[in-house]
Design a protein around this ligand. Structure first.
Ligand code: ZN
Length: 276
């Protein structure tokens, strides 16, 4: 549920360079396929907003092997051309936003769409758990994965955080159309939220964050906080998260943004950390 930057400028060059570096018979197979792959790459670009509609092409075993073999040799080359902004946000998996990046996913699985085995826009650096969970499913017949490059997740808020303040602060998450998401993206987001277990994952992450919040606040000051003062700190925190690419669908951003909107937060915080 995270937006990453991507452009298509170098995608084709990578395939050409990779083909040139291959040995026969793979080289000959790939050279023969290049005119068709050019059309396929164009189709990927045209349909990037709904990639599940990119045609699956039937390939012979030899063609499929040659195409997938491209992925196995030039990993370093592909990584080197991915945009700096993509590298910068590699710390967290864009599918779950909680676990660290450990592996690389083919958004359109290479077993069904071998033509895009080294297409940079089809490669997403993710955590092992999400990669395993997605596998070859979740794309067809209905897409159940948000695409971090093309779904415009920076400008489309889908994640809702509800907060209850009792003895402690409790938060829960859901996907919503409250903020104007279109129906197609909302449906994909609902399935993504479900398939990757994000209700539970975000719930656990925010519970841990809330515990740390009380500890942090007790170190900030010895005087009771004013409502405005504490909210200004959180606004800076949200700005910092967004500066690092978190975005409006990040669980921590959604949590603090909601907390800022609520009344009487300072009373609760001061009471919990023993400042009044
Ligand atoms: Zn993940």
């Amino acid at each position: 549920m995270k937006h990453l930057e991507m452009n298509f400028d170098q995608c084709w060059d990578i395939l050409i360079t990779t083909t040139k570096g291959k040995e026969p018979p793979r080289k000959g197979i790939l050279e023969r396929l290049l005119p068709e792959l050019n059309i396929r790459y164009d189709e990927y670009k045209q349909k990037c907003k709904s990639l599940e509609y990119v045609t699956e092409t039937v390939r012979s075993n030899e063609e499929k092997e040659a195409l997938i073999h491209c992925y196995e040799s030039p990993l370093k080359k592909i990584s080197s051309i991915l945009l700096p902004s993509l590298k910068r946000v590699q710390a967290f998996c864009p599918y779950c936003l909680v676990r660290h990046v450990q592996t690389r996913d083919h958004f359109l699985p290479k077993d069904y769409w071998p033509d895009f085995s080294i297409h940079p826009a089809n490669l997403v650096d993710v955590c092992y758990t999400c990669n395993l969970s997605k596998g070859n499913r979740l794309i067809k017949p209905r897409r159940s994965v948000l695409n971090p490059y093309f779904d415009g997740l920076d400008s489309c808020k889908l994640l809702r955080c509800d907060i209850a303040i009792g003895d402690i602060i409790e938060a829960s998450y859901s996907i919503t159309r409250d903020y104007g998401a279109d129906e197609y993206l909302y449906d994909v987001a609902c399935r993504h939220f479900e398939e990757f277990g994000l209700r539970h994952l975000f719930g656990a992450a925010v519970a841990s964050r809330i515990s740390n919040l009380y500890i942090e606040i007790s170190t900030w000051a010895s005087q009771p906080f004013e409502e405005q003062e504490i909210k200004e700190k959180w606004e800076k925190l949200v700005a910092g998260l967004n500066k690092n690419g978190a975005g409006c669908n990040h669980w921590e951003v959604a949590f603090f943004s909601k907390l800022i909107e609520m009344d009487g937060v300072s009373t609760h915080i001061n009471k919990v950390v023993g400042l009044c």
